[in-house]
Design a protein around this ligand. Sequence first.
Ligand code: C5P
Length: 262
Amino acid sequence: MPLLPLAQEVCYTRAMTTPSKTSLAKIRNPIFCALDTADLGQATSWAAKLADTIGGVKLGLEFFNAQGPKGIKEVTRACELPLFLDLKFHDIPNTVAGAVKSVVPLKPAIINVHCSGGRVMMEAAAKAAREAAEQHLVDRPLVIGVTVLTSMDDAELNETGVPGTAFDQVRRLAELAKIAGLDGVVCSPHEAETLRKDLGPNFKLITPGVRPVWAAANDQKRIMTPSEALNAGADYVVIGRPITAAPDQTAAAKRIVLELAA
Ligand code: C5P
């Protein structure tokens, strides 16, 4: 009688022996490049150019709503890097669980849900990711919570009926995410140090709002450099326009990697 159901046993063996190139176990460095475009040709071209330099790619709602699962597969085929599928699910538990099950066959390394959907919804997402990974014999994606969108300040948060500061709400939601069994949260680099202390060494922190000193801030308000964000406790940094809007995307990505190594 096997100790584990067969599918789970096979999955465990696969993960132990042959982590695929697109698994986080094989990630080259902590840089996920945000490929923010609706255009398939543009996304695959960036992905191919960056394949030998960055750690992973992030595709979000703009791309997914235009190109769907087929487009996601083409981009991951072009780079063979870990995928952060940033679709920020937010619905009732049953629907979020279904959405998670629908994307797991795309083999994302990371997926995310809104923490404000509540503990039961987050638990359903974590369970669905485990079950779908076992069913499809793929690595289980990290399920990450989105706390308070970094575009919101205290006043805007208060308008939604949540009193207090955005920072306090981030801490509250991140703790709830941990209780619900999520693997980590997306947060601003300025929140990373406190969340790392609050939630311990194994809870993953992913930070956008990251800018090398030589890049424009664009619409990001409270930024840190990639090394500052990692020193503050981030596990992975998400960087978009400093790479994608550069005249030479590969050179910009290499410059960031070298700065991190230094
Ligand atoms: O171009 P830039 O580096 O600003 O891109 C950051 C990426 O991270 C974008 O895809 C953006 O949607 C995403 N993001 C963010 N802030 C959050 C969550 C996601 O900037 N709080």
